[in-house]
Write a protein that binds this ligand. Sequence first.
Ligand code: BGC
Ligand code: ZN
Length: 373
Amino acid sequence: MRALAVAPADRAVRILEDFPPPGPPARNQVRLRMLEVGICGTDREIAAFEYGTPPDGSPYLVLGHESLAEVVEVDTACPTLRPGNLAVIMVRRPCPHAECTACRAGRQDFCYTGDFTERGIKGRHGFMTEFVVDDCDYIVPVPDELRPVGVLLEPLTIAEKALLQLWQVQQRLPWACPVEPGQSPQYCHRAVVIGAGPVGLLGTLVLVQAGFQTFVYSREPAPNPKSKLVEAVGATYISSRTTDVAGLADRVGNIDVVYEAAGASRVAFDVIRVLGTNGVFIFTGVPGRKAPTPVDTDLIMRDLVLKNQVVFGTVNAGRDAYEAAVRDLQQFMARWPAVVQGLITGRYPLDRAPELITGRPQGIKNVIQIAKD
Ligand code: BGC
Ligand code: ZN
């Protein structure tokens, strides 16, 4: 069967015509037919040979970790899945070490040892191929109505895991956004999202949905296609070309949360200077290594202490975040269907994958369509 592979030794990104198809599902396994696979910055880095590791003994790595698939065959030991179900496949698999309490608890997204594997990224083939088999523990069912946008679920889990942790941190401020009796909790706070790529825009939807007054801080001058999506959900787009970080802070007021989704450390450490009192700064980007840049460490450290600030980074996601993503994506589709569909700016056949992954990034989320129906 066909697959898109990266071969680091010959610095090649190519379509394999005869990648061996997986066998039938063994005990506790599921066979899936791949429908769509999203392309992200991580794929581009792997295709530039800066990141990623093929499975042991393989000269190449099949790319792709943002999946939407259809279940075709299920072992009887898998209780909830049925052939015909749509599904998204989780990315990370646990490390083998007995002492890794995170992996032993099924929370490999918090793996201590670093010996985890990730499908399509580190030590395991990914999803840019026709069929895959995996354990049913890693399959998350997706309602049929999410067929047009379900490929956004995996990148959405990044924001969901961040929000789950943010909730935990902000329990220290129980009086800040009072909850009416009988209502579910909603933040009343102000959030700044850095970056208007797919991770930033999905983070924006999550924050708006959670009740934040949300501002997106990104390079491109407005109006542009991304600023229009931002405004359509009631958030505010601010271009860093026209407004510097001090101006951003003036516009927003107390910045309660920063959701960094640009992967650029310079702008992040510029914005951290204006993080508000009791504020939380969340990093999700993985910057490439460039020359060191000067940072005013005294100012940042003073504010961290004197303003009760919290900084955390977050990677990958557990099943709780996948389930939250499924629920939220349904709500986003009810509230802003055109915006959610507008995040997917291109669908291409597998043949186009090499140029899309190695060429100049265009649009918002580009998707490889493996099967049409
Ligand atoms: C993926 C995560 C993964 C991370 C680091 C991201 O693009 O969405 O699942 O953990 O890359 O490899
Ligand atoms: Zn990704």
